[in-house]
Design a protein around this ligand. Structure first.
Ligand SMILES: NC(=O)c1ccc[n+]([C@@H]2O[C@H](COP(=O)([O-])OP(=O)(O)OC[C@H]3O[C@@H](n4cnc5c(N)ncnc54)[C@H](OP(=O)(O)O)[C@@H]3O)[C@@H](O)[C@H]2O)c1
Length: 435
């Protein structure tokens, strides 16, 4: 790289547009921003109106032109999706170019293949924007927290669902009506499945687990539940009991050490006590809580999506690459803290071994002794109860809400089976996690 650093953008949508507008106005930013030159940009449709004005000659509909342009030193992939993003990233690496991407879907599924290729080629693949939008979390996990043994990473890492849950809690509104509003306001996609089914959060927690614990995990094996089945009454009952409901993503180690290291990962709607640091994270904001030894708890909070915040993270990665290249002047050894590298094997424990507290709601007959019999089944199954409350008793029946102490999923499932076999219990109406 010479003194100017050539940037090739794959995609000029929400994030790409945000990146281009930072690169075009370097004033009052770090002086290195002025050295970044946007030389090529790939889009799908040359005639689409853009939020930034760029010279026509740098636009192309052929992404290979961007990747192969000798003036492009760093390729920024903000197209999204799996293909052609994965192939373009690998082509850029093969051409000896470092890559910056915001694409959590491709990194969660093909991160190992991409990291191996990057290590062999001696280039960086940086992904700050892939998790938490504008929140710096990837670099802190790689660098600032490197002296810690990380025990747990948990967070609210999907802004769309957090917006929906916040409004459900504040207005007592139903899921479907808030989702419709969120779509009209542009906070939710026309096809909201990736967000509301928890898939986007599962991609992100798989990425965070890899960085926190040093080894990749099988993305498809992450137990994932979204919010589309969540009922307003559970948000309301949780509120009455002193909790908020959040779509929480959790990754934690199950043993102090081990090879492979056993990890528990999950994404699910979870009751968060009102005095917990994640409880105050509302609207489209994200937050990630990292628990490590010796640091204790540290929380990263901020805007989890949007053109400006995400572009801020992308440009931070470009600056890291530019800074290192200027400092090392052609020395092609990678900075081991910044390079993506796994240093151990990790393995996900079976779902039955995951330990946590639970919130469950049963529909029951309003008959004497029901609470006792439910409590008895939990006790017989080794599940210790923190609280058991009856709501809405009437001739039509009652609702019994139970919050347990921490217990394995296997014991919980077995106890639930025996409770559902009780003649007074007409069904398990809700089952959520609880912090
Ligand atoms: N939006 C956010 O807030 C956010 C936050 C964090 C991470 N991300 C991630 O950032 C990435 C980009 O998201 P986005 O919201 O910016 O997406 P977007 O607005 O849909 O933009 C995608 C861009 O890629 C271009 N494109 C798509 N397929 C292409 C192809 N085959 N060849 C050339 N160009 C192609 C599109 O061209 P046209 O404009 O011509 O259609 C568009 O400019 C995704 O991985 C997303 O998960 C987004």
């Amino acid at each position: 790289m010479g003194s100017g650093i050539g940037i090739g953008l794959l995609g000029l949508g929400t994030v790409g547009g945000g990146v281009a507008s930072i690169l075009q106005s370097p004033s009052e930013r770090h002086p290195l921003v002025a050295d970044l030159k946007l030389v090529r940009v790939a889009v799908r449709d040359l005639n689409r109106p853009r939020s930034v004005e760029l010279p026509n000659e740098i636009l192309t509909t052929d992404p290979a032109v961007v990747v192969n342009d000798p003036a492009v030193d760093v390729v920024v992939e903000v197209i999204g999706g799996i293909e052609p993003a994965r192939s373009l990233i690998l082509q850029a690496i093969a051409a000896g170019k470092s890559v910056v991407t915001a694409n959590k879907a491709v990194i969660a599924r093909h991160g190992e293949e991409i990291a191996d290729a990057a290590t062999k080629a001696g280039v960086y693949v940086l992904i700050e924007a892939a998790v938490g939008g504008g929140i710096p979390i990837i670099e802190p996990l790689k660098q600032s927290l490197g002296g810690n043994r990380i025990n747990r990473v948990s967070g609210i890492i999907n802004g769309t669902t957090n917006y929906i849950l916040t409004r459900m809690a504040e207005e007592g509104a139903a899921y479907e009506s808030v989702l419709k509003d969120a779509q009209e306001l542009g906070y939710a996609e026309a096809d909201p499945a990736a967000d509301v089914d928890g898939l986007d959060a599962a991609d992100k927690i798989a990425i965070l687990a890899n960085l926190a614990f040093g080894g990749s995990v099988e993305r498809s094996a992450v137990p994932t539940a979204g919010i589309s089945q969540l009922q307003g009454r559970d948000v309301d009952y949780a509120k009455q009991l002193g909790y908020g409901v959040k779509l929480l993503a959790v990754a934690e180690r199950m043993k102090p050490s081990g090879e492979p290291l056993p990890l528990s990962l999950r994404v699910q709607p979870t009751l968060v006590p009102n005095d917990h640091p994640l409880a105050g994270v509302n609207g489209v904001n994200n937050a990630i809580l990292v628990e490590g030894d010796p640091i204790g708890r540290v929380m990263f909070y901020g805007p989890g999506a949007g053109a400006g915040p995400t572009a801020s993270a992308v440009v931070a990665d470009i600056l890291n690459i530019a800074g290192i290249s200027q400092a090392t002047q052609g020395d092609d050894r990678l900075d081991p803290l910044l390079a993506a590298s796994s240093w151990r094997r990790c393995v996900l424990v079976d779902r039955g071994e995951i330990r946590q507290r639970h919130y469950v709601r049963f529909h029951t007959q309003d008959a004497p002794g029901v609470i006792g019999r439910i409590g008895g089944c939990f006790g017989d199954g080794g599940v210790s109860i923190q609280s058991i409350v009856q709501f809405n008793a009437s001739k039509a029946g009652a609702e019994i809400v139970v919050i347990t102490h921490e217990v394995s999923q296997k014991k919980m499932d077995d106890a639930l089976q025996s409770i559902q076999a009780l003649p007074e219990v007409s069904g398990l109406a809700a089952h959520l996690g609880c912090l």
